[in-house]
Ligand binder design. Structure first.
Ligand SMILES: [Mg+2]
Length: 415
């Protein structure tokens, strides 16, 4: 404490860093540094900085922790450190003065620093996992710093369902079903002709959806035809709500390991989860009710919904049609009842398994970062596809059937 006071006196005399620092009587809640009003919390942070006698210590204590632009100067300090290891902390007085002024002007929550400090540890740990690919760790860390600083009240999760919240393959490597696949799985049982029609559609259009030689624009008319025809078959069949519930119960849709726990974590802290699916929303609702007992209160849907008539028979689908390549603002209904619940949530965790998922946050009014988590279910030897995913997603999980990594990221940024 005495040493700290001594350094402050030095500062008053401008002997080292040129900062003019004047403290006011203890009872005053705000103090002044460099002529700027400063909260007492920031003053203590500044004093902690002063206690560090080496540039390396400043770096260790602050450079990895910045959660707002006010700390950018400390990042600069770290760069200086690379060429001046071991030099006294006040080697560059202008930088320290500038940092102090920015610190004084900021509203820094020191409690948050503890979590920001964990970002480097988490990224290092994730990077060591064989299924994890991160193209630009620095960019990912910067996004996470912003998210941690803002906290859970600013956080929104947007997730695809098919092969993202649900698993792509079972333990034997056999492909599981999508929400549309629920009808493929069951139609043949109740109507063999209809089952054949669904099979033909899938064989015709699935290769087009994933053809790397076609552009999105070239694929869109085919996707519209596929979805439109498939929905037409479902409506013509006159399936009832009870039949569809039975189809879901007997389907091969399986939640990714840890997905229900992740959804429960989000519900527990009140983080909204928007399930944005080009599949069938009713099927997801029924599935979650069957698996979890109810649809978590924080879950909202943007999806194709089957409409039922007074006899509970499927009679139409909601508009606009949502297919793989239009998952963006063009299909978001701003009047949707949940929209006020996500207003002001400017930081997004986005989860998807296809290139069509990366713009799901477009249309959400926000100015914060989007952290994209991509599940890659394709050929691990297809380096071109993997590179494509790594360019689009901040973190790519290769053949990972669990939600362990998203859970760890969510736990940190929702503090
Ligand atoms: Mg998907």
């Amino acid at each position: 404490m005495h040493g700290c006071r001594k350094r402050l006196c030095c500062l008053e005399g401008r002997s080292h860093c040129g900062i003019f620092l004047r403290t006011f009587p203890h009872k005053q809640r705000r103090k002044k540094i460099g002529g700027l009003s400063m909260r007492s919390r920031s003053v203590s942070a500044f004093r902690r900085l002063l206690r560090c006698s080496k540039l390396t210590e400043v770096s260790r204590n602050f450079a990895d922790r910045p959660c707002s632009s006010s700390f950018e100067t400390f990042v600069d300090l770290r760069r200086v450190e690379n060429s001046t290891i071991g030099m006294p902390v006040f080697t560059n007085p202008d930088m320290v003065a500038s940092a102090a002024v920015q610190l004084a002007a900021s509203e820094i929550d020191l409690e948050k620093l503890k979590y920001v400090d964990s970002i480097g540890v988490l990224l290092e740990s994730l990077s060591s996992l064989p299924q994890v690919r991160i193209a630009d760790p620095a960019s990912m860390a910067a996004k996470m710093r912003q998210m941690v600083a803002a906290g859970n009240k600013k956080l929104l999760v947007i997730s695809d369902f098919d092969f993202t919240l649900s698993r792509y393959a079972n333990e034997s490597g056999e492909r599981l079903s999508t929400t549309h696949g629920v009808f493929d799985d069951n139609a043949a049982r109740v109507d063999p002709e209809l089952g054949k029609k669904f099979d033909e559609l899938r064989m015709k259009y699935y290769p087009i959806e994933f053809d790397p030689k076609l552009t999105v624009e070239e694929k869109i008319p085919h996707m519209e035809a596929w979805w439109g025809t498939s929905h037409g078959y479902i409506v013509q069949s006159g399936f009832t709500r009870a039949m569809i519930e039975d189809f879901v119960r007997k389907s091969r849709v399986v939640l990714r390991d840890g997905a229900s726990e992740l959804m429960q974590s989000m519900e527990a802290v009140g983080t909204p989860l928007v399930i944005f699916s080009a599949g069938i929303g009713n099927v997801i609702e029924i599935f979650l009710r069957q698996k979890l007992g109810s649809v978590p209160r924080n879950v909202h849907f943007i999806s194709n919904m089957i409409l039922f008539d007074s006899n509970d028979k499927a009679c139409a689908f909601s508009e606009p049609l949502i297919h793989t390549f239009c998952k963006n603002s063009s299909v978001i209904q701003k009047e949707a009842s949940f929209f006020h619940q996500i207003a002001g949530r400017s930081n997004v965790i986005l989860m998807g398994d296809s290139m069509g998922d990366i713009h799901m946050d477009v249309g959400v009014e926000k100015d914060g970062p989007t952290l994209r988590i991509g599940f890659y279910n394709g050929d691990v030897n297809d380096e071109a596809s993997l590179d494509h995913y790594m360019a689009a997603y901040d973190i790519v999980l290769v053949h990972d059937s669990t939600m362990n990594v998203p859970q760890r990221i969510f736990d940190l940024v929702s503090k």
